[in-house]
Design a protein around this ligand. Structure first.
Ligand code: SF4
Length: 439
């Protein structure tokens, strides 16, 4: 049941909520009690660790984190907090700390900038004097920051095991293989027809590896975010008959459906099946080929949760992220990016009730920041993004104190041959304008 919890307004920390559950002091539920332990307890396990992505398959080549020195594993929350502050004070303008919206409170409070992945990559551009950019997010975000920052700036991911299970679902070898199969069906993929349209334009969500962004850049494609997906699809449809959209099938389907593309013209591409599991005729007729990827955090939200929220909170405003499944987006009052969700709450003039379908750290922070509203997560189970959760304050303290000692650890660097085309795909996104604006 959705209880109007006083906890978020007083203490937005998901860590504290988890500890209360484990200690039996809270009646809330969690998806994994071992979340209350430090991530170093599961860094060596084969999967993503406890949390929303724990059932997802981790790729064999995914980066691994080495052992964190015991001093950081054993330090109390207060001690880590003090050490992080002291290291930041010593480093001054030499370092900038970026915190994603989905990070735990104990990390976000040290961030110089808080935002979504692209806002943070751009925020790094505002600090050209910083020698190090410590990105408290996941691996693809650090790669994007590396693409956009100066070559002499080191981008640091405090825990290298903080990947993104959705980004990892689009493997570069599988995508290259898909592209070859599409060339067999459609003919040369770089040849425009008499109308000036190529057979298919690749579009990747920001939540993808630099290798995928590079693939897209090399093949006439573009990157999108959850804020500009419609604009980017318009850009792609003005250049091609079809779009190959990856990795998130839900963002692709929800956006294309809202633009009027029929569902039967959006086949799913399963990389483990020949022709992605479709017939040649279905691929010929397709408008959007949806890669078989998803976010395990946003897949937790259901139509049943929305019905329950409406039954228990008459007048509730339900807003979900477009990474949620289509039925959930259809049943909600609104769907939008994290920036949209934050703006909707900030702009509500009357005290209101909001049920939000996105990651719980952000929802609890919003509830604490807006005590005039009642704000709760649609999913009553406390279940953060497993991979974001890898960035414990212990890792943040470690990378900062290493910088103080003159050592750069956990640097994320994109190889030059990948970086150049990946930047092209990002530049195309920045240049794409909504149809109405460009008309
Ligand atoms: S919330 Fe989903 S898309 Fe975002 S980092 Fe976690 S798994 Fe990836």
């Amino acid at each position: 049941m959705h209880t109007a919890l006083p906890l978020p307004a007083l203490d937005p920390s998901v860590d504290h909520a988890l500890r209360l559950i484990v200690d039996g002091a809270s009646t809330e539920e969690t998806c994994a009690t071992d979340l209350a332990a430090g991530p170093w307890d599961f860094d060596s396990r084969p999967g993503y660790g406890p949390g929303s992505s724990m059932g997802d398959v981790i790729p064999t080549g995914a980066p691994r984190q080495g052992e964190l020195p015991p001093a950081y594993r054993e330090a109390s929350e207060d001690e880590l907090d003090a050490r992080i502050r002291a290291a930041k004070r010593t480093l001054g303008d030499r370092v900038v700390v970026l915190g994603h919206f989905y990070q735990r409170e104990e990390v976000v409070r040290h961030a110089d900038y808080v935002g979504d992945s692209f806002q943070l990559a751009q925020a790094a551009l505002d600090r050209p004097e910083a020698e190090a950019i410590v990105f408290c997010g996941v691996h693809f975000m650090a790669e994007t920051a590396d693409l956009l920052s100066r070559p002499d700036q080191a981008v640091i991911l405090p825990n290298l095991a903080a990947g993104c299970s959705m980004a990892d679902m689009a493997d570069i070898d599988q995508v290259e293989d898909c592209w070859e199969q599409l060339a067999d069906i459609y003919g040369p993929l770089d040849q425009p027809d008499a109308d000036g349209l190529v057979p298919v334009v690749p579009v990747t969500y920001m939540n993808s590896s630099a290798a995928i962004k590079g693939f897209v850049g090399r093949n006439g494609g573009i990157v999108c975010t959850s804020s500009n997906a419609k604009t980017v699809l318009e850009w792609a449809f003005s250049r091609g008959h079809r779009v190959l959209f990856f990795p998130d099938q839900h963002l692709g389907r929800n956006t294309a459906k809202a633009m009027g593309v029929p569902l039967e013209q959006m086949p799913l591409w399963n990389p483990r099946k020949p022709l992605g599991g479709s017939s040649a005729d279905q691929l010929e007729d397709a408008r959007v080929l949806l890669w078989h990827g998803f976010c395990s955090v946003h897949r937790r939200f259901t139509v049943g949760q929305i019905e329950q929220a409406r039954a228990e909170h008459p007048g509730v405003r339900v807003i979900v992220h477009p990474e949620c499944p289509m039925e959930v987006v259809d049943a909600a009052d609104e769907a939008g990016s994290t920036a949209y969700i934050r703006r909707a709450i900030e702009e509500a003039s009357e005290p209101s009730t909001f049920a939000i379908g996105t990651e719980i750290n952000l929802v609890r922070r919003l509830a604490a920041q807006h005590p005039q509203h009642e704000i709760f997560c649609l999913d009553p189970v406390v279940c953060p993004c497993s991979t974001m959760y890898r960035i414990h304050p212990g890792y943040l303290a470690w990378v900062l104190e290493e910088l103080v000692a003159g050592r750069t650890v956990n640097r994320v660097q994109v190889a030059d041959d990948v970086a150049a085309p990946a930047r092209v795909s990002l530049e195309r996104m920045l240049a794409a304008k909504p149809e109405a604006a460009s008309a």
